[in-house]
Design a protein around this ligand. Structure first.
Ligand code: ADP
Ligand code: ASP
Ligand code: MG
Length: 403
């Protein structure tokens, strides 16, 4: 078999753990498999580098950030390769560039455009264990780019797709996908399998166990994806097509996203085209707008509220400022102390009452809902951040997910 194994930050968090990873990789190789290993930076390393940059600037150049942040993954890749060589294996560490990962220009959240896997093929053909520094690629100009936080998951899935690997294993610090973050709700239950679509919703709504774009890519390329722990041999969770899952539960999980900020625009001139103007400018600035609420106009003006990831807040403020200056918007305000809790399940498509249950659960706990959005398979609510954990636990109880 050709297997892609990805090891996250905690799994390579210190030298002993890198040695452990080397042992697991060695065993997989000795079982007769071809192997590409994708690694993250040691845990805390990427945040440390971000902190270094922030020491000098509140808004450092994104291209320089990519140059800086991509270094963490290179450290782990080379250390793992050195450890494997010492164990008698023929291993070769590669940067994203050498692995042929070509992206667009969108520094710090680049999209993979193509993978030229020749170097990986050649090394595999020579019997080598290929080790790839995750999270990074290179744009057409040859500059280093990174794939967004948590992006090593995407590197692994994209490589598995490009090499037509039989299996892509994501090794992390929990033993699979749970009904909610087991660090918030210890009663959370591990799922044996989950559909690509539900996993995509959970990931997009804040369950950082898999980066959302990696799930999107896995679905598109039909990659057999398994999430499991690097600390034991416990079986993980298979992420697969909906039709492979016998009995889809009504609700499969609760997600929490703490990295949201709310922007309120007061006294927005009520004329055709104003919303289009504002949100087009935000899109051009690559700000990811999520929920939007517009109130009924009163005296020719209206209020618009929307949410963005905290990381995009700085760029969003620059755009909003131009509308305040031009007089199209009277005033703006910002709130970072919010979070988004979401209930996800494909079973919702055919059942009523799921949203109502979410709202009454918030009411029973005296939690005020600030914003709501729904789709066929999710209900999301923006609430004050101080209620985040209470909301997750009470929703988990309300839908009886521990059963
Ligand atoms: P890695 O460094 O291996 O990429 P991450 O920290 O990115 O690991 O993701 C793993 C974490 O995701 C877990 O420690 C857990 O706290 C969190 N998590 C959030 N939601 C879930 C969920 N539904 N199931 C499992 N883990 C979850
Ligand atoms: N090291 C990067 C991060 O912390 C990428 C990853 O771990 O997947 O976001
Ligand atoms: Mg991760």
């Amino acid at each position: 078999m050709l297997i892609v194994q990805k090891f996250g930050g905690t799994s390579v968090g210190n030298l002993d753990r890198i040695q452990n990873v080397a042992k697991r990789v060695s065993a997989t190789k000795k079982d007769g498999n071809d192997l590409v290993v994708v690694v993250s930076a040691m845990s805390g390393e990427t945040n440390k580098l971000v902190g270094y940059a922030e020491h000098f600037s509140k808004n450092p150049s994104r291209a320089e950030m990519d140059m800086l942040l991509s270094s963490g993954e290179r450290v782990t890749a080379s250390l793992l390769s050195i450890a494997l060589s010492e164990m008698g294996h023929d291993a070769l560490a590669m940067t994203g560039r050498k692995a042929g990962i070509v992206t667009d220009d969108s520094h710090t959240k680049a999209r993979i455009e193509e993978i030229n896997p020749q170097a990986m093929h050649d090394a595999l053909h020579d019997g080598k264990i290929v080790i790839v520094a995750g999270f990074q690629g290179v744009n057409a100009k040859g500059d280093i780019t990174t794939l967004g936080r948590g992006g090593s998951d995407l590197s692994a899935v994209a490589i598995a797709g490009a090499l037509k690997a039989d299996l892509c294993e994501i090794y992390t610090d929990v033993s699979g996908i749970y009904t909610t973050d087991p660090r918030i709700e210890p009663k959370a239950k591990k799922l044996d399998n989950i559909s690509y679509d539900e996993m995509l919703e959970l990931a997009s709504l804040g369950a950082k166990v898999l980066q959302n774009r990696s799930v999107e890519m896995a679905k598109k390329l039909n990659v057999n994806l398994v999430t499991r722990t690097s600390f034991s041999n416990e079986q993980g969770t298979l992420i697969t097509k909906e039709e492979n899952i016998m009995e889809a539960p009504l609700v499969s999980g609760i997600a929490l996203d703490r990295n949201q900020a709310r922007i309120s625009l007061m006294g927005v001139k009520d004329r055709p085209g104003i919303a289009s103007d504002i949100f087009n400018k935000l899109a051009t600035a690559e700000v990811n707008v999520d929920m939007i609420i517009q109130n009924k106009a009163h005296d020719g003006a209206t209020n618009i509220d929307f949410t963005v990831p905290v990381n995009d807040l700085h760029d969003a403020k620059l755009v909003v400022d131009t509308f305040v200056k031009s007089g199209d918007v009277d005033a703006d305000s910002y709130n970072e102390d919010i979070c988004k809790v979401s209930v996800v399940g494909v079973g919702m498509k055919s059942h009523v009452g799921v949203a109502a249950c979410a709202f009454s659960t918030m009411a029973d706990n005296n939690i005020n809902i600030n914003m709501i959005s729904t789709s066929e398979i999710k209900v999301s609510m923006v609430i004050d951040e101080k209620y985040a954990e209470l909301a997750v636990r009470s929703l988990h109880d309300a839908y009886e997910l521990e059963k």
